[in-house]
Design a binder for this molecule. Structure first.
Ligand code: ITT
Length: 214
């Protein structure tokens, strides 16, 4: 049984569509989200911590909204910004901008304690190379204190472009009401339609294909 590690049930609703019935359950575990400019190191660190906690195969899901006109903010800080400012306020800030283009990104981190055979795409991201480059104390650039952690993690990424609009729709979760893709906000789409185009859907598609062979 695969544990989808998240405090957010909305993510699991989307993930279930990609995996065989009954093969995944949510693990409500709040892993440490390290401060980083990118989602990859956060997901990798989280997957290792969650695996050690669960002692079973885990998938962590780190996502964020990157607004072009704000140089990618809130990005990895999306959760904090949703909790503090709120989604409406993010729209109000974006409404002042000339460039309201934005993107959602999602990185899935898988860990089951075993190594991986030579990776098909998507690649087993350079954790190992980074660890080697960092030297034995693992104190390299990037600020991930776990770069030398020997537990292998495989990352799968997804991306969707769109733009920030006034809130519309009542489906989905998080920033969905203010994120428009192809004329519809994610909150106006049902789960199937959102999955077909979303950052998480793209990452899950890659993961499900790889996982089926594992
Ligand atoms: P976990 O970390 O426990 O998985 P979370 O909701 O905090 O739950 P993230 O850190 O990955 O998850 O999410 C960052 C923020 O982005 C958070 O405010 C989410 O609500 C939001 N978010 C993530 N995926 C989203 C999506 O598909 N649609 C809208 N908002 C999303």
């Amino acid at each position: 049984m695969l544990r989808y590690v998240t405090t957010n049930p909305g993510k699991v609703r989307e993930a279930e569509r990609y995996l065989p019935d009954g093969s995944v359950e949510r693990l409500d575990f709040d892993y440490t989200e390290i401060q980083a400019d990118e989602l990859g190191p956060i997901a990798a660190r989280g997957a290792r911590e969650a695996y050690r906690h669960a002692d079973a195969p885990v998938l962590v899901d780190d996502a964020g909204l990157f607004v072009e006109g704000l140089d990618g903010f809130p990005g990895p800080y999306s959760s904090y910004v949703e909790e503090t400012l709120g989604v409406e306020r993010v729209h109000e800030i974006a409404a002042e901008l000339d460039d309201r283009r934005a993107a959602f990104r999602c990185v899935l981190g898988y860990c089951d304690g075993d190594g991986f055979a030579a990776s098909p795409d998507p690649v087993d991201r350079g954790d190992r190379d980074a660890a080697a480059a960092a030297g034995p104390d693992g104190d390299g650039e990037g600020g991930d204190p776990d770069e030398s952690d020997p537990l292998p993690v495989k990352l799968f990424e997804g991306y969707v472009p769109g733009r920030i609009v006034a809130p519309r729709g009542d489906g989905g979760f998080g920033y969905d009401p203010i994120f428009e893709h192809d004329g519809e906000t994610f909150a106006e789409m049902d789960t199937e339609r959102k999955n077909a185009v979303s950052h998480r859907g793209r990452a899950l598609e890659k993961f499900a294909e790889w996982y089926a062979d594992r």
